[in-house]
Ligand binder design. Structure first.
Ligand SMILES: Cc1ncc(COP(=O)(O)O)c(C=O)c1O
Length: 454
């Protein structure tokens, strides 16, 4: 495997490695630009940490999914996994693009509904859904409830007895295989906390069949996230389709949605495998179509793909201001910036690797290895463990690509960190999506002390 961050004098093509930057990004006179905007200038004007999302990159990814799904002979849809990054303005973008949403909590469902996202395109997932979420989903009229374990059926039956209209049910299947990804991102292995075995699925399907008000319409699996090797995905699709065919043979004729989840990897670093999103989506879809033709004779169900990261990670750019530069005795620099694990916990959580550039000197000759750290009271508060960067001084802007997914949705207020402002670039307009958090936001949940002294 190539490991560019172990070397000094990183080549220019790697210092700005196109596949991991937003498609509207380019370098002009050494300075990073995003469709006409000078990025360092924007950061100086809007403050940092700052997240910029490039709408063109997101639309490009959606188009790749749509094109790949054409290889499926039946109907198809894309359901965006809201956990990757979500807020009201983005929910509106998703609604306008005709996407569906996978929501896993009262919070995600609440945001989607507040944005006016059509309930008929929302699917509710989760391994421990609350009765409140169930009631909320039923009243909103969501499209589907993805049953994760058999006890959920008792909850739904109870709600139905109370007169709630229960959404269509899908069953989440655990295909019992380990996806080649970080263990924390594996979800389809035998010991996974998510989903049901084949036997549990057959039993749950029978229970649903016997209940006059419950209706089984879909079968779902999701084996993990940030997966580059498609073979386990193919295997998961085969097992899912075999079970789908078996359920149909057993008389579950209302089954009409086949959902092999999301999880396609996205390169974050020049060392990562380079992917054509379209080709990989198409390969998965073709594989499903071939397996379906071999195993199931019935008309094609709706094929529903459920990506998060591969739709939105590349669109996001994180910008930070350098606050301190220290040179260690071994010649390595420690560069402290004004964001870190509070807005991007992935390096601490998964040892995720990133690259970066100095926004005002993107292709400048590197000086040698540096560690990019944040301001929080944790040695695990780092963004990049090792990177070859040019000289950087206090006040310079550092840009980190591939910051669109699982950053802000996992952000915290640790050490009182204020969550960054977010802007969305739509053609030539920079649209504010979320303002920066303020101290007033931090105080908003605190209640006045009662008069009795504590
Ligand atoms: C059920 C489900 N569907 C879809 C996704 C999206 O995965 P990714 O962002 O890797 O595409 C996830 C996240 O792991 C998930 O848990």
């Amino acid at each position: 495997m190539r490991r560019y961050d172990d070397k000094v004098n990183t080549p220019r093509a790697i210092r700005f490695y196109r596949p991991i930057w937003p498609i509207s990004a380019y370098i002009h006179r050494e300075r990073l630009h995003l469709r006409g905007f000078d990025v360092a200038g924007l950061a100086a004007r809007l403050g940092t940490p700052l997240y910029l999302y490039d709408g063109a990159t997101f639309d490009h990814a959606v188009a790749a999914y749509r094109a790949g799904l054409r290889a499926w002979p039946g109907p198809s849809a894309i359901s965006y996994a809201a956990k990757a990054w979500f807020n009201r303005p983005f929910a509106r973008v998703l609604a306008r693009r005709g996407l569906h949403i996978d929501a896993v909590s009262e919070g995600e469902l609440g945001v989607a509904l507040a944005a006016g996202f059509p309930a008929g395109r929302i699917h509710v997932h989760g391994n421990n859904k609350s009765p409140t979420l169930a009631r909320m989903a039923a009243r909103a009229g969501v499209a589907a409830w993805v049953v994760d374990h058999p006890q959920e059926l008792a909850l739904l039956a109870r709600l139905s007895d109370e007169g709630e209209r229960i959404p269509d049910l899908w069953l989440r299947f655990t295909p019992a295989l380990s996806a080649p990804t970080h263990p924390y991102r594996q979800t389809g292995h035998r010991e996974s906390k998510f989903g049901m075995s084949r036997d549990e699925i057959l039993l749950a399907a029978e229970q649903i069949h016997k209940h006059p008000k419950l209706r089984l319409t879909g079968l779902h699996a999701h084996i993990g996230s940030q997966i580059f090797d498609l073979d386990p995905m193919f295997e998961a699709c085969d097992r899912l389709i075999a079970l789908f065919a078996e359920l149909r043979e057993r008389g579950h004729a209302s089954l009409r949605v086949l959902s092999p989840g999301g999880g396609l990897g996205a390169p974050y670093h020049p060392d990562d495998p380079r992917l054509s999103l379209f080709q990989n989506v198409e390969r998965i879809v073709r594989h499903c179509a071939a397996t379906w033709a071999r195993m199931a004779k019935a008309p094609h169900p709706t094929l529903l793909l459920e990506p998060g990261r591969s739709l939105i990670a590349r669109a996001g750019l994180a910008l930070y201001t350098v606050g301190a530069v220290r040179m260690l005795e071994n010649g390595r620099r420690i560069i402290a910036v004004d964001g870190g694990m509070a807005d991007n916990v992935r390096p601490a959580l998964y040892r995720a690797r990133y690259t970066a550039c100095a926004a005002a000197a993107a292709l400048a000759q590197p000086l040698g290895p540096a560690r990019i750290v944040g301001p929080l009271c944790e040695s695990g508060d780092f963004l990049i463990d090792k990177i070859d960067l040019p000289p950087l001084s206090v006040g310079d802007i550092l840009a980190i690509p591939m910051s669109g997914a699982y950053h802000l949705s996992m952000a915290s207020n640790y050490n009182g960190a204020l969550r960054p402002a977010v802007y969305w670039l739509h053609r030539d307009d920079l649209i504010p999506f979320q303002r920066r958090e303020t101290i007033a936001d931090l105080l908003a949940r605190d209640l006045p002390l009662p008069l009795i002294a504590l």
